[in-house]
Design a protein. Sequence first.
Length: 70
Amino acid sequence: MSQSEIARIREQIALEYQSVQQIFGGFTPTAKHEFITRRQENIASHFEELTQHMSPEEAMQTLIQLTSGN
């Protein structure tokens, strides 16, 4: 398990999630469905990458931590 690879994937998930949050925070006046869908797809892809480096349970816990703001 490569800690740097996990850190890279965690950062990507956080960036995707922040991107979606900005839409709802008022930075973009009109949220496009395609934009949100693409961010969700990217997060799912990064989650799958995480499961290659840790158990699915650990990957889910990481995803929850990154998207809950904790």
